[in-house]
Design a protein around this ligand. Structure first.
Ligand code: PMV
Length: 349
């Protein structure tokens, strides 16, 4: 088959235990676990034909974005040992996100996982060899990891781990492992409201962020903490203990930002409104006993996490007390999602 098109949609995810620090070929320094989102997704269309000189075009939401094209080119070159057919084809890739611009949502997880799914489908088409479903997912997760570590986890629905741990023998450094079958019912439809404190571009790329851990004075202590939090979190996801969930969730978020503040160079990504919102969230939890917790990515925006049956109360709280702290009053409602979806697959001559 020398021509064809394949398209996948794939979601972003929010890390409950954070991957921060890596070595070698995208090997994490500690295990992580995340919840796959439902609404924040990337859609990627990949058309291929015989290789010619101009072998790659990339369009993001209808525009050429040279910085993204460069990253895709480097990624495809970097994985040509893993997927040797890449060297024989010309690629026309188009991608778009369903979530709005300038929300600070990490799009590399959704974009790189969608592209990895496309490449694995393309491999099946061009070689005529079909993988068994589990093997296909594992391979896609491995390829996604090489594009962006957190993307490895977006291949799976519900919850996924990535990174070796004595607490979970199935976990690997090379690809993510699904965790959905161990989840307590309360977490099956967990909510994540993403509060947009600022839509500004990230001040620290994740590559530079991970590098900060290389000679960080607290690196060893962090990896020990992350391993302990990971083990606790897997237990919590099984048991449904929401008080402990919130304790570990917030400890991870603030540890990540602590590490950024006391690294060299130092980054303060939290904004005054982030801190004010955190105070209000904690006061609300204290006074209502509603199990509302938060986490943060490497940016100022807050992920509010809570059980589905509290949705109305939490929405009222956000509208009444937090909205004025948000850029343009914006927040996105998301929740646990079901993972990547195949959009198109077609062979041509
Ligand atoms: O996948 P990367 O290299 O963009 O790194 C992701 C880092 C965090 O989002 C801060 C944590 C995580 O585990 O997703």
């Amino acid at each position: 088959m020398n021509k064809g098109t394949v398209a996948w949609e794939s979601p972003s995810n929010i890390a409950l235990i954070k991957y921060w620090g890596k070595k070698g070929r995208q090997i994490p320094r500690n295990p992580s676990v995340s919840m796959t989102l439902k609404n924040a997704v990337s859609k990627t269309w990949l058309s291929y034909s015989e290789r010619n000189k101009e072998w790659l075009t990339f369009e993001f939401e209808g525009k050429n974005v040279p910085a993204f094209a460069k990253r895709i080119e480097k990624f495809l070159e970097g994985i040509s040992e893993d997927l040797p057919f890449i060297n024989d084809y010309t690629f026309h890739i188009k991608s778009e996100n369903t979530f709005p611009h300038s929300t600070g949502i990490a799009s590399s997880a959704s974009a790189m996982s969608a592209l990895a799914m496309c490449l694995c489908s393309m491999e099946e088409q061009v070689t005529g060899k079909k993988l068994e479903a589990n093997e296909f997912m594992r391979k896609a997760s491995y390829i996604a990891r090489l594009g962006s570590g957190s993307a490895s986890r977006s291949i799976y629905n519900s919850y996924a781990t990535w990174g070796e741990s004595v607490a979970f023998s199935k976990a690997s450094n090379d690809y993510a492992t699904p965790f959905s079958k161990y989840i307590h019912p309360i977490f099956k439809d967990y909510q994540d409201f993403i509060l947009i404190v600022s839509g500004e571009k990230k001040k620290v790329s994740s590559t530079a962020g991970h590098a900060l851990m290389n000679d960080h004075p607290f690196a060893q202590a962090r990896y020990e903490q992350a391993n302990a939090n990971f083990e606790r979190m897997l237990g919590i996801l099984r048991s449904g203990d929401l008080e402990s969930f919130i304790e570990v969730l917030e400890n991870e978020a603030l540890s990540l930002h602590g590490l950024m503040m006391n690294s060299n160079p130092s980054f303060t990504l939290l904004r005054p409104n982030t801190l004010q919102a955190i105070e209000l969230i904690r006061d609300f939890r204290e006074s209502t006993k509603i199990p509302l917790g938060f986490t943060l990515d490497a940016g100022p925006n807050i992920h509010l996490m809570f059980p589905k049956n509290e949705k109305e109360q939490v929405t009222n709280f956000v509208e009444a007390e937090l909205k004025s702290l948000l850029e343009g009053g914006r927040y996105l409602k998301d929740e646990t999602g079901s993972g990547p979806k195949l959009l198109t697959i077609a062979n041509g001559k």
